[in-house]
Design a protein around this ligand. Structure first.
Ligand SMILES: NC(=O)CC[C@H](N)C(=O)O
Length: 384
């Protein structure tokens, strides 16, 4: 028999449903994601640490779960909130059904609640703090826990989710015929900062000929330089970018030394902070796989995968930074490039895991900048 579960929001709203994961209490910021596929990638994306994710798509778990789709070695989202989990998953890659997968990993999850109502509420109020409780439920306790969560603003989580030690990564994409990850030949050495890196980013670097050394978030610039990288990659990650002073200081040194640098999501925000700009907390953020973003150089509109609750404040960008991409949903900043150093970054997810592949060529641009650091740099007479 299904155990009861509740979701309590800090504004006092309580949803009642059934448990589809582990029993227990879990708190975090409640955000909605509008992607139709990719629930396993969302749950294992470290950028969702301390967040309770509701999916607007009503049927979640249809294709089950498989180890190969994990974006990290564990589930990082604090909990899952859905309308309906099908009784039986069906897919040739399925290894285990979503509720068993969640329970085995200790993840609290609720189903059978009105996720449309919840999403409308979050859209109006902005992301709220909340508490999920499954098994022995107690509304008063859950409300108290929701209100006690301090919120993500000011929270440095990159150093919490990062790898404890550096490691090498060589796996390219999954070859479905042999069911193995392709090993590509390495031509460039990339040092990737793990602020909460997703595996598909590392795969996309590897398949483009990069040997990747993944390093902990607090690795100093000097220690990275000692590894003699051809390029530095700044990963996605959870929490507020502003308190990550160690990363901001290191990035300043890579920019000054003109090391080709590429940042995604939190990495994008950290590059902006390193050049002196500011970031701000958004209302309900961007979490989905169909967000239109304009490439301001070409005018082309790309459909992108998004997952962020903070954004770069364009008004604070210094003169040596140009805006390269903008969201067509709300006009917020989606990409920057330095005009005097080979450094650029993107707010959305070019690794699109899950999502469309329109922005994947940004990885090629990073590789091009390692071959020729003048690539894309305006003030050095380099190529565009
Ligand atoms: N996916 C990410 O890297 C998210 C970046 C940051 N934590 C934000 O919410 O904006």
């Amino acid at each position: 028999m299904n155990q009861p579960a509740i979701l309590a929001l800090e504004d006092g709203t309580v949803f009642e449903g059934v448990s589809v994961g582990a029993p227990g209490l879990s708190v975090g910021e409640v955000v909605f994601n509008t992607a139709i596929t990719g629930y396993q990638e969302v749950l294992t994306d470290p950028s969702y640490a301390r967040q309770l994710v509701t999916l607007t798509y009503p049927h979640v778990g249809n294709t089950g779960c498989t180890d190969q789709d994990d974006e990290a070695s564990r589930v990082w989202a604090s909990g899952l909130i859905v309308r309906n989990v099908p009784r039986r998953p069906s897919n040739w890659r399925n290894q285990v059904a979503l509720p068993q997968w969640l329970a085995a990993r200790g993840v609290v999850a609720i189903a059978d609640i009105d996720t449309r109502k919840l999403t409308r509420l979050l859209r109006e109020s902005g992301a709220q703090n909340g508490a999920l409780m499954a098994g022995d439920v107690d509304v008063a306790k859950a409300l108290e826990a929701a209100r006690a969560f301090p919120g993500l603003k000011g929270m440095d989580l990159a150093k919490v989710v990062t790898t404890p030690a550096s490691y090498e990564w060589r796996d390219g994409q999954l070859d479905l015929d042999s069911n193995t990850f392709v090993q590509a030949e390495a031509r460039h050495h990339v040092v990737a900062y793990d602020f909460g890196v997703k595996h598909n980013i590392l795969r996309m670097l590897a398949e483009r000929g990069c040997r990747v050394t993944v390093v902990p978030a607090q690795t100093s610039a000097a220690d990275v330089m000692a590894l003699q990288p051809d390029g530095v990659f700044l990963s996605n990650g959870p929490g507020d970018p502003a308190p990550c002073d160690y990363a901001i200081a290191a990035i300043r040194e890579f920019v000054a030394a003109r090391v080709p640098t590429f940042g995604i999501c939190l990495g994008h925000q950290l590059l902006a902070l390193a050049v002196g700009a500011q970031t701000l907390k958004m209302g309900h953020g961007h979490h989905g796989a169909n967000h239109p973003v304009q490439d301001l150089d070409s005018g082309r509109v790309m459909i992108t995968s998004q997952n962020h609750g903070f954004a770069v404040d364009e008004a604070t960008l210094p003169a040596n930074v140009r805006v390269t991409h903008r969201s067509l949903f709300d006009g917020s900043n989606q990409g920057i490039a330095l005009t005097d150093a080979p450094a650029f970054s993107f707010q959305g997810h070019p690794e699109a895991s899950p999502g469309p592949h329109d922005v994947a060529p940004l990885f090629d641009r990073f590789v091009a900048s390692m071959r020729d650091p003048g690539f894309g740099v305006r003030d050095s007479g380099g190529r565009q």
